[in-house]
Ligand binder design. Structure first.
Ligand code: LMR
Length: 402
């Protein structure tokens, strides 16, 4: 039956992770997928998560299609802030999702079915930054949406291309769907300044674009939950409608538990029941209802002030360790007199460094040093440790001299 089926190209991120797994070399180093490691290079379970896990699940019944209500409520309060006007006015819909990817996908299905920009009769188009997370395009395309890009990164300054970005958002059709990374842009680690966020918001309002925020790193990027929610909250305060995808993979270390939320901030509470019912219909046909375990853990942490404080402490530890790795890597390259300006390594924020290495250099590192990073030159800083920084710096030094 399947002889005509062509092999799919490997995933740009998870494909590299699987090459790593198949490498028999003992001293290999995985800097491909964004997953936090402790200073011994081991996967880390948060202490607060372990604590909550001591109490077994009350049962293994199905949870509602929209997920656990106490989780959904706490998740949206976390991103919008407890005093958010839209929450007070009961014009927000939140459903639990299979982490950030699932939130994006369910949101995309909804947009494909129901988003009808008045300005055009064409299928709605989603604009993602260039570059963006390797899976964004596929998630939106699979749901049937057209995908295009807006300028985001300037490789010369290693920073956000503010002019290019604002020009593109101004010149694309009105009422387009715009994906914005809430903080710690993946893969570049370069975020808009507060001033630039304000300008982006002005263009969004002027052009009536529909914003879809992807928030995968709240609290994990800077160690501060409020700071990492700045852009989303500013947009919410302006009164516009928007969608938000939240992931608890990184900030709670619940990667494989698939814990996330999708929120619709609506203009009016009168649409809430219909939006919620259609989201439930989409969820039911895709996977019926979400898994319970991870959301139960997250809900307990988010809803208990003592556990919440413990979690905040661990966020500081994780983000602090990543910042330390950035500093050590930068110093190691400077001390080796590796050609090039490496200051972007410490300027960028979040899990990744967009090193500037080209695809040949990335492959060289993989083949000679068994160091795995994505072919766009992105390296997970969270995968480094004090012990492996010198090895990575040696590899980069060698690769740029080739
Ligand atoms: C990444 O960008 O490496 C992570 O978000 C993991 C993933 O699913 O790609």
């Amino acid at each position: 039956h399947w002889s005509h089926v062509p092999a799919a190209p490997p995933d740009s991120i998870l494909g590299i992770a699987s090459l790593y797994r198949n490498d028999p070399e003992k001293k290999k180093l995985n800097l491909s997928v964004g997953a936090y490691r402790d200073d011994n290079g081991n996967p880390a379970v948060l202490r607060v998560v372990r604590k909550v896990e001591q109490e077994p699940a009350p049962d293994h019944e199905y949870i509602p299609m929209a997920g656990i209500p106490s989780f959904c409520q706490a998740a949206v309060q976390l991103i919008l802030g407890e005093k958010a006007q839209s929450i007070k006015e009961k014009r927000v819909v939140t459903v639990q999702s299979l982490s950030g990817t699932g939130a994006l996908r369910v949101g995309a299905e909804f947009l494909c079915q129901f988003y009808r920009p008045a300005a055009t009769t064409e299928k709605p188009c989603v604009y993602i930054p260039r570059p963006s997370w390797g899976n964004h395009r596929k998630v939106f395309q699979s749901a049937g949406l057209k995908v295009s890009e807006y300028k985001y990164f300037d490789p010369v300054s290693c920073d956000v291309d503010a002019k290019g970005l604002l020009d593109d958002l101004t010149n694309i059709p009105s009422q387009s769907i715009i994906v914005l990374h809430a903080c710690a842009h993946n893969p570049t680690g370069a975020d808009p300044s507060k001033q630039l966020w304000k300008q982006i918001l002005q263009v969004v309002i002027q052009k009536q674009h529909l914003v879809f925020f992807d928030s995968a790193y709240q609290g994990f990027a800077s160690g501060d939950l409020e700071k990492d929610a700045f852009a989303v909250r500013m947009f919410e305060q302006s009164g516009i409608e928007m969608l938000i995808a939240q992931s608890f993979a990184k900030n709670m270390g619940l990667y494989g538990e698939r814990v996330g939320a999708l929120s619709f901030v609506c203009k009016d509470s009168s649409v809430v029941a219909s939006v919620q019912s259609q989201l439930e219909t989409i969820i039911r046909s895709m996977y019926s209802s979400p898994p319970a375990n991870g959301a139960r853990i997250a809900s307990r942490i988010l809803n208990n002030p003592v556990l919440f404080e413990e979690w905040k402490q661990e966020l500081l530890e994780m983000s602090g360790r990543i910042q330390e790795m950035r500093k050590l890597l930068f110093e190691a390259l400077v001390s080796r007199k590796t050609p090039g300006d490496w200051s972007h390594i410490t300027k960028q924020i979040g899990m990744f460094s967009f090193t500037g290495l080209n695809v040949e250099q990335v492959r060289y590192l993989r083949e000679k040093y068994h160091i795995y990073m994505t072919e766009d030159g992105r390296a997970s800083m969270a995968g480094l440790s004090r012990e492996t920084v010198p090895l990575f710096a040696d590899g980069i030094h060698d690769a740029v001299l080739q």
